[in-house]
Design a protein around this ligand. Structure first.
Ligand code: 5GP
Length: 200
């Protein structure tokens, strides 16, 4: 690990909890954070841009990337692959930049395994009923996919005890502020600031 290693912040949370909106708010306020754009085999939703929201690809190319060991982690989620580029994350961290990942729980566990210093944050909705309401209001998935996403969310809740922080997304600005507070606390760690005290 480089002396100027940035923080690696992993954000997980149920599908439909508003993670992307909260993350967009954090990135708006903290321009120095690098958001890792994942690779996925899922279809782009209306309004999503290739290279901005995801790098959209097909299963053959994704599997080729797995074979070439290009992912820091990857997982299959509701029928599609999702993965994080190892090279880009390592590059940014070694340049001292903080990196933020938006990934599901299996991926988060793999990241923690490979990078024990990673900080895991789980975003929850005010209630599970609210989550169901938000998923339906989004109108991006059919009933079967909504059910699958809800079921997956229930399973993901069982993994929360492995996380370092819980953020409640009742209101986007407040949730973003909580994540920013976590980022600030990370930067104040002795291990990150010990150099300042040298020579005293
Ligand atoms: P969505 O299809 O709603 O954009 O994402 C579905 C799930 O995949 C979300 O929980 C999201 O956090 C997760 N996800 C997005 N990118 C990655 C990734 O690179 N790796 C893993 N493991 N999960 C990801």
């Amino acid at each position: 690990m480089s002396e100027h290693q940035g923080s690696l912040i992993v954000i997980s949370g149920a599908s439909g909890v508003g993670k992307s909106t909260v993350i967009a708010e954090v990135l708006k306020n903290r321009k120095d954070i690098y958001f890792s754009v994942s690779w996925t085999t899922r279809q782009a939703r209306v309004g999503e841009l290739n290279g901005v929201n995801y790098h959209f690809t097909d299963r053959a190319e994704f599997e080729e990337m797995i074979r070439r060991d290009e992912f820091l982690e990857y997982a299959e989620y509701v029928g599609n692959y999702y993965g994080t580029s190892k090279k880009i994350v390592e590059e940014k961290l070694s340049q001292g930049q903080d990196v933020l990942l938006d990934i599901e729980v299996q991926g988060a566990a793999k990241v923690k395994e490979n990078c024990s210093y990673a900080i895991l944050v789980f975003i929850i909705p005010p209630s599970f009923e609210e989550l169901e309401r938000r998923l339906r209001a989004r109108k991006t998935d059919n009933e079967k996919k909504i059910e699958e996403r809800l079921q997956r969310s229930r399973e993901e809740y069982q993994e929360i005890s492995h996380y370092d922080y819980i953020v409640i997304n009742n209101q986007v600005e407040m949730a973003a502020k909580e994540i920013e507070a976590i980022l600030t606390a990370e930067r104040c760690r002795v291990s990150k600031r010990i150099n300042i005290t040298k020579g005293v």
